[in-house]
Design a protein around this ligand. Structure first.
Ligand SMILES: NC(=O)c1ccc[n+]([C@@H]2O[C@H](COP(=O)([O-])OP(=O)(O)OC[C@H]3O[C@@H](n4cnc5c(N)ncnc54)[C@H](OP(=O)(O)O)[C@@H]3O)[C@@H](O)[C@H]2O)c1
Length: 316
């Protein structure tokens, strides 16, 4: 049963609430992990995950070594969700191989995507079979017989692919289904799909300097009981450049919301939005992992503090 907005608030999903649910103390981590519920099931997930675009498209042992360390340490820090895609070059291969080697698949929430055919209305060939073939391949590469979340990537051939995803969910081959797009040109189409289908997750770009989804898509996700994954939380590093680099000082009051870095400042600003479930910063180094996952602990900004953060950022 899908949780209502009121249930979510009761579970503490409102901005500014630190959630102790699911907290296991881990060495060196004294603050509870912040998690939010997936509205369609009530399952809790940590508010910070991992994205694998670009930086997981690697091959050599030297390139794989830091990623192996990230994936080994991630669940110990309390993390679970990893977002990948067939479109990210070797990323699925890398995630599948390393998670299999480490043996921590059962501690991960694996999200991937399907992207076949053309845009809506212009499917090419048998896209039903092509989508199934692609998802079978993802399962082989990820060494799993069940994908936690399967998303239609950039709304490609969305109506046909969602049909298959619904079947696969019923058959227990995927646990959740959803859609993704990070392009403002697709907002309208995105909204149409959100209104027409029962989706568990929607993935969209939301960054302190890119707030277009606040107007319609984020409120709609809350109304429709859909979990929101936030792609591009750092605008591929753009926001760090905007503040003058990682070494530029944070405002003193950032300590009031337990921010020790710009990464935590930007992630906490995002995940404190009441509609947002989890942000997925690209994380291919242990130093980034520790920093990013620090944003899933301690206090979150309330609405007033979010406004202050935004004004500070815009004033720079
Ligand atoms: N349409 C879609 O479905 C779609 C589209 C885009 C993205 N996504 C998803 O969203 C995820 C995130 O997007 P993204 O990786 O492209 O961009 P991003 O998360 O906005 O930025 C990632 C970059 O920020 C830097 N970084 C990460 N953690 C940092 C930290 N703690 N301190 C300083 N710098 C840090 C790294 O840059 P350097 O590596 O240069 O140091 C990293 O590559 C993707 O991996 C993907 O899973 C989905």
């Amino acid at each position: 049963m899908r949780l209502s907005r009121r249930d979510l608030v009761k579970l503490g999903a409102g901005a500014g609430m630190s959630l102790g649910l699911g907290w296991r103390p881990t060495v060196g981590q004294t603050k509870p992990l912040i998690q939010k519920p997936i509205p369609s099931s009530g399952e809790m997930i940590p508010v910070v995950g991992i994205g694998t675009a670009r930086r997981y498209n690697v091959e050599t042992e030297a390139e794989l070594a830091p990623i192996r360390e990230v994936l080994r340490r991630y669940p110990d820090l309390g993390g679970r969700l990893i977002d990948t895609a067939p479109g990210y070059g070797r990323a699925e291969t890398v995630v599948g191989r390393l998670v299999n080697e480490i043996g921590n698949r059962d501690r991960m929430f694996l999200a991937t995507k399907v992207a076949v055919g053309g845009r809506r209305g212009q499917p090419g060939g048998d896209t039903i079979q092509a989508g199934k073939d692609q998802m079978e391949r993802s399962m082989r590469l990820l060494h799993t017989d069940k994908i936690d979340l399967m998303q239609v990537h950039n709304l490609r051939d969305v109506d046909t692919q969602l049909g298959t995803l619904q079947e696969w969910k019923q058959d227990g081959r995927i646990r959740y289904l959803g859609i993704t797009s990070t392009s403002s040109r697709q907002y309208e189409a995105f909204e149409r799909v959100m209104r027409e289908y029962e989706l568990d997750f929607v993935q969209m770009a939301y960054t302190i300097d890119n707030r277009g989804v606040e107007e319609r898509l984020l409120p709609l996700a809350a109304d429709r009981g859909m979990a929101v994954l936030v792609a591009l939380p750092y605008g591929r590093g753009r926001v760090f450049r905007a503040v003058g680099g990682l070494d530029s000082p944070l405002p003193d009051w950032a300590a009031e919301i337990d921010c020790e870095s710009w990464g935590q400042f930007f992630l906490k600003w995002i995940v404190s939005h009441p509609s947002v479930t989890c942000a997925i910063p690209g994380t291919a180094k242990v130093s980034y992992l520790i920093d990013n996952h620090g944003a899933a602990r301690g206090r979150l900004p309330d609405a007033g503090m979010r406004q202050r953060m935004l004004e500070f950022f815009e004033g720079l």
